[in-house]
Design a binder for this molecule. Structure first.
Ligand SMILES: [Zn+2]
Length: 374
């Protein structure tokens, strides 16, 4: 089958893999069948019903470690604002292809899969390729955690490309992530006698104000910038006529290399006081590769040739499955490189440029050919 990356992106968009609930199984098997037909060995790992991660591999004649390409199959929800385009139909206008996951990151997955189908036909392939297409990345990288925790499932890899949206700029680092739920307790009372209770929502609201002004006071990273903190959810109260005895806020913190969870927690406690109850919901490591690594330089040269722009060391502000996969593979050099537009990911009327999907395919193919030829 001579599948092109744009058609495959459209196919992948038609699978509703909005997470939650996810339902990546059908999408994973669709891709898996294409790869099997081309000679790949495929395995599926479900961390929960229908939450399938696909691992596909093909070998080479030498003993160099394979090159890993990774991406996720799930997407974020559509959001509350109405879409001007059908988010599952793969509608295009000019150079834009619309849909939930078009940028983040079914276009990247499609380009990787088409690259993999072509690599399978390379006659003198000395090393192989492994594709790790995960479920559940958008929530807490559950799919990546699951396969990383299974003995011998990931195998080994000499380098990793993760196809998250970078508009085809090769990035060498990204932030980590720490998420908490913070619980505030109060004392319930009747709504007409607030003075007899302690209002937990007022306590949470005061904390929100403190957090909005919080500065982690760490040096700005040369290309990741500053760490960020956002209060992303707030829940509390029991009934409209009761003084609330409980309120919870949720925090999403994006960290720089060197920031650890215990240090962050300490800083939050210093700001909020220690009677708030902290629950760690999720932690993900930051990723950083050496810009001078030989392979990184090879990829820079490929991207310079394809785009006319010399890449400079840069990082992504979001985290990826490589928070899990890069350490699991023993910290090989890792690049974030994908056709999607980082600015439109997770937004209403998300789109990707058709021309960048084609360019990502060319880039992946050149990277794989160079890797597999040696
Ligand atoms: Zn993504």
């Amino acid at each position: 089958m001579n599948l092109d990356a744009v058609s495959l992106t459209r196919e992948l968009l038609s699978f509703n893999t909005v997470n939650p609930p996810g339902d990546e199984r059908d999408c994973a098997h669709f891709v898996g069948h294409l790869l099997e037909a081309a000679g790949y060995q495929t395995n599926y790992y479900e961390f929960a019903d229908k939450r399938a991660t696909l691992i596909a591999r093909i070998g080479g004649s030498g003993d160099k470690l394979p090159l890993c390409f990774t991406g996720h199959l799930d997407t974020v929800p559509l959001g509350v604002a109405p879409w001007a385009r059908d988010p599952l139909a793969g509608e295009s206008a000019g150079d834009k292809l619309f849909g939930r996951g078009s940028s983040d990151m079914k276009s990247g997955v499609a380009a990787m899969v088409v690259m993999a189908l072509r690599v399978a036909k390379l006659p003198a392939r000395k090393s192989g390729v492994i594709l790790v297409l995960t479920a559940g990345e958008e929530t807490t990288c559950e799919g990546a955690h699951y396969v990383a925790g299974l003995d011998g499932v990931l195998g080994r890899a000499g380098a990793i490309v993760v196809g998250e949206p970078t508009a085809n700029a090769p990035l060498i680092a990204h932030k980590g992530c720490v998420r908490y739920a913070i619980n505030f307790k109060g004392v319930a009372a009747h709504g007409f006698m607030p003075e007899q209770g302690v209002n937990a929502i007022y306590r949470a609201a005061e904390a929100v104000r403190q957090l909005a002004a919080l500065d982690f006071a760490v040096p700005t990273h040369p290309f990741l910038g500053k760490p960020t903190l956002a209060v992303t959810m707030i829940n509390g109260g029991t009934a409209i006529n009761m003084i609330p005895a409980q309120a919870t806020i949720s925090l999403d913190i994006r960290t720089l290399p060197g920031q650890t969870e215990p240090e962050i927690r300490q800083k939050l406690i210093a700001a909020l006081g220690d009677d708030a109850e902290f629950q760690l919901i999720h932690g993900a490591a930051s990723v950083g590769s050496d810009a001078n690594h030989e392979w990184v330089q090879q990829v820079y040269a490929i991207m310079h040739r394809l785009t006319g722009t010399q890449p400079v060391p840069a990082g992504a502000t979001y985290f990826t499955d490589c928070s899990v996969l890069t350490p699991a593979y023993g910290n090989p050099p890792t690049l974030i490189l994908g056709p999607g537009e980082p600015e439109v990911a997770h937004k209403t009327d998300e789109y990707c440029y058709l021309s960048k999907i084609e360019l990502a395919l060319e880039a992946y193919l050149a990277i794989a050919k160079e890797w597999c030829a040696l």
